[in-house]
Design a protein around this ligand. Sequence first.
Ligand SMILES: [Zn+2]
Length: 103
Amino acid sequence: MKKAWTCDGCHRKGYVGRDPRWIATIELTAAPDPIIAHPADLSKDLEAEIKKLVKQISKIPEQELKDEVHKKFQFTLCRACQKRLLRSPLPIHHRHVRETSRN
Ligand SMILES: [Zn+2]
């Protein structure tokens, strides 16, 4: 009995060993940019600011906080959806698809 799989892009069914499939992995990671403090920030009551931040953060669900830092998605794609992803990996219009960001 052949093992079935379903394309996450178009919901088409395929079978292992008969229909080629691709695994697409997308990772979103917060950029480790430095925080630039302004002189006005240093004159604030830092302890009060930290307590305020901790209170705000404590109200955010744990998974949401984790997702803010790093999130990994994995999709199974059929040939047609793999071709579509190669042409346009982001759901916005680009003139040219680059392998990596210029940033
Ligand atoms: Zn598909």
